[in-house]
Design a protein around this ligand. Structure first.
Ligand code: 5GP
Ligand code: MN
Length: 351
C-alpha cells in the first residue's frame, strides 16, 4: 500500500478518506477546474479526474479559464473541455447546475483569472487537490502536498487510496502521466521520489506509451515556435553574469511577427539555466492584457519569493510566475532594479 504524505484539511475536525469517497459518490454533476494558461499538470490532472468521474457514472465537465496549448490537445477528452474565455455563458450554466467543484493545480482563486468570481460565488462543495505552498482557504476540503512533484501524482495517489484504481483506464492514465512528466521537466528535476516511479509503473501496466507522450508533448514544434525561440535566444536574451541572472523579453510586435500561439514559448525560460554561472532566469512577455513573468532557478534560489514580492504571483522554489500591471519597459526596469537585492539569495543557488 502506498503511504500518503498529503495533508488533509477539512472543515470537519476529523476527516478521512471515506468522507472523500462519500463526497465523490453523492455528486451527480461535477465540474473540474484548473488554472489559467494551463500546463500539462493542470490539464493532465483535470482530464484524468474527468475520465474517472465518467467511469463512476457522473456527469462531468472540465472547465478551464482559457484555451489549452496545442501540445496538449491530443489528450483523450481534450476536445470536450469548455473554456470560459470562449464560452462564458455555457460555463455559467454548467457551474450553476453542478453539485461538486474540483480545483486542481492551483492554490488561490486569482489563478482562475476572469473565471474567478464564477467559482468563488458558487455555493456547492469544493475540493482542492494541489501541490503549491500555502493554499488559500477557498474550498471546503484541501488536499495539499507541496512535497509532491505534481498535482497529477497526488491525484493518482488519492484515487488509488480511494480504491478507484480500476476506474483509471488507459485514457485516464495517459492524462495523469503527462502531468507527472511535464511538472518534472521530463523527470529531470524534483523527480527523485521513488513513489513517482511506483505510480508510473502502474500507469505503464495500463498500456500507456510514454515515449509517444514525450514525443507529442515535448518534441513537436511548429516552424514559427522554433523561429520565435531562436530569435528570442539570439536577439532578446541578456545575461547578467555578475548577478548570475538571465532575462529574455518579448514584446507584442515580436509575438505578432512570429505568429505566436498559446504555448509557443513553453520551456524557453529554462534554456539560459544551461549556461554555466547562471542560477536564475526570467522571461517577460507582453501579452494582450498584461505582462506575463516566468522564472526558473537552480538550487535553493527562491524565484517564488521574487514573483510573490514583485510580480503579483508565486509558485514553486525553482519555477514561479506572475503578472505585472504596467508597461513592458517598467517590468524590465523593475527586474533590473532588483538584481542587486537578489544577490543575497545567490549563496543558496547551486550551479
Ligand atoms: P510558468 O512560468 O510555467 O507560467 O509557471 C510556472 C509555475 O509558476 C506554475 O506552475 C505556477 O505554480 C506558478 N505561476 C505562474 N504564473 C503564476 C501567477 O500568475 N501567479 C501565481 N501565484 N503563480 C504562478
Ligand atoms: Mn503543477
Amino acid at each position: 500500500m502506498l503511504s500518503l504524505q498529503f495533508k488533509v484539511i477539512g472543515l470537519e475536525k476529523s476527516f478521512d478518506i471515506e468522507n472523500l469517497k462519500l463526497i465523490f459518490e453523492k455528486a451527480s454533476n461535477v465540474v473540474i477546474t484548473c488554472h489559467v494558461s494551463p500546463d500539462g499538470d493542470a490539464i493532465g490532472a483535470s482530464l484524468c479526474l474527468w475520465h474517472v468521474m465518467r467511469n463512476l457514472g457522473k456527469n462531468a465537465v472540465v472547465l478551464t479559464p482559457d484555451i489549452l496549448p496545442k501540445s496538449l490537445s491530443f489528450l483523450p477528452g481534450a476536445d470536450e473541455i469548455i473554456s470560459y474565455s470562449n464560452n462564458s455563458l455555457r460555463a455559467r450554466e454548467i457551474v450553476s447546475a453542478s453539485d461538486l467543484i474540483f480545483c486542481l493545480d492551483y492554490n488561490n482563486l486569482s489563478r482562475l483569472d476572469s473565471m474567478q468570481s464564477l467559482i468563488k460565488e458558487s455555493i456547492v462543495t469544493k475540493v482542492l487537490i494541489d501541490h503549491h505552498l500555502d493554499p488559500e482557504r477557498f474550498t471546503d476540503y484541501i488536499f495539499s502536498d507541496s512535497t509532491s512533484s505534481s498535482t497529477c501524482l497526488l491525484l493518482f495517489q488519492i484515487l488509488s487510496k480511494l480504491n478507484y484504481g480500476d476506474l483509471i483506464d488507459k485514457d485516464a492514465a495517459e492524462c495523469v502521466y503527462t502531468g507527472m512528466m511535464t511538472d518534472t521537466g521530463n523527470f529531470t528535476y524534483n523527480s527523485s521520489d521513488p513513489s513517482l516511479y511506483i505510480a508510473i509503473s502502474q500507469l505503464l501496466e495500463r498500456g500507456i506509451d510514454k515515449d509517444k507522450i514525450y514525443s507529442v508533448v515535448c518534441n513537436t514544434n511548429s516552424e514559427s515556435r522554433l523561429r520565435l525561440c531562436g530569435y528570442a535566444l539570439n536577439q532578446k536574451m541578456t545575461l547578467y553574469y555578475e548577478h548570475k541572472a538571465a532575462l529574455i523579453v518579448l514584446n507584442k510586435e515580436d509575438l505578432v511577427h512570429y505568429n505566436y500561439k498559446n504555448g509557443d514559448t513553453e520551456g524557453l525560460v529554462n534554456i539560459p539555466l544551461s549556461v554555466p554561472g547562471i542560477v536564475y532566469s526570467a522571461f517577460i512577455r507582453e501579452d494582450d492584457n498584461y505582462i506575463k513573468i516566468s522564472m526558473r532557478s537552480k538550487g535553493d534560489f527562491p524565484v517564488n519569493v521574487i514573483c510573490e514580492k514583485y510580480f503579483n504571483g508565486g509558485g514553486h522554489l525553482n519555477a514561479a510566475g506572475g503578472e505585472f500591471c504596467g508597461s513592458l519597459l517598467d517590468a524590465v526596469s523593475l527586474f533590473q532594479s532588483i538584481l542587486k537585492e537578489n544577490d543575497k539569495y545567490l549563496e543558496n543557488g547551486k550551479e
